[in-house]
Unconditional design. Structure first.
Length: 228
């Protein structure tokens, strides 16, 4: 049984990935937003409320997971946010907000997880979430703060792979188009959700790159666009 640390466990994508990992027999330690949605109690599921902008709290959780479960085989870091806005519409406060929500929450968990995986004989796997506007400038021009923050996540993954090359530590970036969640359906009622990416399909991809044949990949950036 492997141990997976997952952030954003109560989100639309987080719930799907959590259920798929539990179904596969893994132990899942899932972070939840303090005062936010909860997860129903299940065997091998260990929820923790945590503000991911709290660096000391992130470090303490990693230490607790290792103390209670022995190691961290994989980390799936999903917490983030979204905002529209061109350059003329985006002041630095908006950039800073997206930076904190998308990059800071990722980095502050990556750092202690990477240090722990560096001490493990088998290394480990990380999964981060990028965004197409971070790769495609024509899309990023309409959501500048979001694109900039996600571009840092992608660069972070590349640095992890360079630093972890000799330690069997691999970071995968999933770059989804619109994910078919209730929130996105409500926000875009005129869109065709058949073109979007299903959370269950992303959950299968996560299992593939962490514990399946995809764990042999190096420096992967997977463009999960479906028909969008």
């Amino acid at each position: 049984m492997s141990t997976v640390l997952l952030t954003g466990g109560a989100g639309g994508l987080g719930r799907a990935i959590t259920q798929n990992l539990l179904k596969s027999g893994h132990t899942v330690v899932a972070t939840l937003e303090p005062g936010g949605h909860k997860l129903a109690a299940q065997p091998n599921l260990f929820p923790h409320e945590l503000d991911l902008t709290d660096e000391a709290g992130c470090q303490a959780l990693v230490q607790q997971v290792v103390a209670e479960h022995g190691k961290i085989d994989a980390a799936v870091l999903l917490v983030g946010g979204f905002a529209m806005g061109s350059i003329s519409e985006t002041d630095f406060a908006a950039v800073d907000k997206m930076y904190r929500l998308n990059f800071q929450t990722t980095y502050q968990m990556v750092r202690p997880v990477f240090e722990q995986m560096s001490r493990q004989p088998d290394g480990g796997r990380l999964v981060l979430v990028g965004a197409r506007p971070a790769l495609v400038p024509s899309a990023g021009q309409h959501m500048v703060a979001y694109a900039l923050s996600k571009s840092l996540v992608i660069q972070l993954s590349e640095i992890i792979n360079a630093a972890g090359k000799d330690k069997n530590i691999v970071s995968t970036v999933l770059v989804p188009s619109t994910i078919d969640t209730p929130a996105n359906r409500q926000a875009m009622p005129d869109a065709d959700p058949d073109h979007w990416v299903k959370p269950d399909d992303i959950a299968e991809l996560v299992d593939f790159v962490t514990f399946g044949a995809g764990k042999m990949l190096r420096e992967p950036v997977l463009k999960v666009y479906n028909k969008a």
